[in-house]
Design a binder for this molecule. Structure first.
Ligand code: FE2
Length: 204
């Protein structure tokens, strides 16, 4: 497709958050995205973690504003944008990220093999949910075949994973293609949570 015929935007450039927790957000994105501040003043903070000039911009609100929206973190559970998803290039990279964040007390709110992806969901200090994912299939065609198949119809949500167990298996030399299969992240002796049973107030 040439640029004359392309109708869609080329890529997602950045997102902007009005926040009464700017410093917490800067620290969190620093840990989670290796983000650094490219500009900050009384009103704004611009952060990036790659070649883009800014990926996340914060508009700083006075701290008491958060008291006016005590249920703001719950909003995404019922309405509006649910999450933003970010792809990792391998399961190994994703699991090492999980381990590093865990060491500093940042834990996913949900860890699941959805079928098409293996996903860890995190929430930033303002409750914005971010999905860190790796594709379970090598091509988009195979993902679509899976989504159109019986397995996905029977279980469109997925099977919860224990990232620590997957990391143990990864380090023991189990190939990624095996670890990306549903059920591979269920630690023996634990109860597997699948489909609607994987959803509770925390993961919703
Ligand atoms: Fe997603």
């Amino acid at each position: 497709m040439t640029h004359e015929t392309r109708r869609a935007p080329a890529y997602l450039a950045h997102w902007v958050v009005k926040t009464a927790r700017a410093q917490e957000m800067i620290d969190w994105y620093g840990h989670v995205f290796d983000a650094h501040v490219v500009h900050e003043d009384k009103t704004f903070a611009f952060l990036t973690w790659d070649e883009e000039s800014h990926r996340l911009a914060l508009i700083k609100l006075p701290s008491p504003v958060k008291l006016a929206f005590p249920l703001a973190k719950l909003r995404r559970k019922v309405y509006g944008i649910d999450h933003l998803a970010f792809g990792f290039d391998s399961l190994g990279t994703l699991l090492h990220k999980w381990e590093k964040l865990r060491e500093i007390g940042i834990e996913p709110v949900w860890a699941i093999n959805h079928g098409p992806t293996t996903s860890l969901y995190y929430e930033d200090p303002d409750g914005i949910r971010l999905e860190f994912q790796v594709e379970n299939f090598p091509s988009a065609r195979q993902v679509m075949d899976y989504i159109e198949g019986d397995e996905f119809e029977a279980n469109p949500i997925g099977v919860n994973i224990d990232p620590g167990y997957l990391l143990e298996r990864y380090r023991a030399g189990v190939p990624e293609r095996e670890l990306l299969k549903q059920g591979a992240g269920t630690r023996p002796g634990t109860t597997q949570k699948a489909n609607r049973k994987a959803i509770n107030f925390r993961t919703l």
